[in-house]
Design a protein around this ligand. Structure first.
Ligand code: OGA
Ligand code: MN
Length: 250
């Protein structure tokens, strides 16, 4: 059972004029066949900082949330789906409980994988977690129906440490981060199909995260088509340094 702590359900943002794009300025190398090798700035925009964002929000989210586009190939996505689909298919999507953090989902947790999938998960783990950290043995697979939504919540600090990584399969989506106290500090993140996101420290503890439903699924005013979306989520164990939860939880 994955623990999530619901933090209210704020109304949809009014999408004002877009101002604060932040770019993941990955430097890439282009070998054009000549002797020259050109550096390019691949400005892929994954963050949309809402106009009300303070500089501190931009700094803290940019340093504690990472998106790795194309973390896996199409063939690897297919391989992962082939392995999880039979287990997911046995379950029904849950739509009943509106007070739950997630609506329209089914989920499994697994610790045994084929060798091929283990090697993909190993790659994700070395990308997302430092060697020193103790990961949870179970990988969580969350299947969100096309009409499903993940409402704003913070993952339980009792059951999960400072790092959460999610590999996104089958559909692009928009993840919205909102500061738990400063409600106008809102950042949208474009989490594309086959990308990996890594949410740590400030983004993990000080912001709620949510996946926008199909009606709300816009990034910088552009519709992001939502289909069925499966995420493969790895987490680490809480440590002694992890914050303790002040709210009551089951
Ligand atoms: C969760 C969650 C995000 C995702 O399961 O707690 O926030 O990408 N999932 O599916
Ligand atoms: Mn979560």
């Amino acid at each position: 059972m994955v623990r999530r702590l619901l933090k209210g359900f704020p109304p949809a943002e009014t999408r004002g004029p877009y101002t604060g794009i932040h770019t993941n300025g990955d430097k890439g190398l282009i070998d054009d066949g000549s002797d020259r090798i050109t550096f390019v700035d691949e400005k892929i925009e994954f963050f949309h900082f809402h106009p009300t964002c303070q500089a501190e929000t931009i700094t803290s989210v940019s340093s504690s949330f990472t998106v790795v586009p194309n973390m896996i190939t199409e063939a690897e996505e297919e391989m992962l789906m082939k392995e999880v689909e039979p287990h997911l298919k046995r379950l029904k999507y849950e739509f009943d409980h509106w007070d739950d953090a997630i609506h329209g989902f089914r989920e499994i947790e697994r610790s045994r994988w084929s060798q091929q999938v283990s090697s993909i998960l190993g790659r994700i783990r070395t990308t997302a977690f430092p060697d020193s950290c103790q990961q949870l043995p179970q990988t969580h697979v969350l299947d969100l129906a096309k009409s499903g939504v993940i409402k704003p919540h913070v993952d339980s600090v009792r059951f999960c440490g400072n790092i959460i990584s999610g590999l996104c399969l089958l559909s692009d989506a928009v993840m919205r981060l909102r500061h738990v106290e400063l409600k106008d500090q809102v950042v949208d993140v474009l989490v594309k199909r086959r990308s990996l996101y890594i949410m740590r420290d400030e983004a993990r503890y000080n912001f709620t995260h949510e996946i926008l439903g199909e009606e709300e699924s816009f990034f910088c005013g552009e519709a992001v088509e939502r289909g069925r979306r499966v995420s493969v989520i790895s987490r680490n164990q809480p440590t002694e340094e992890s914050p303790v939860d002040s709210a009551t939880q089951s």
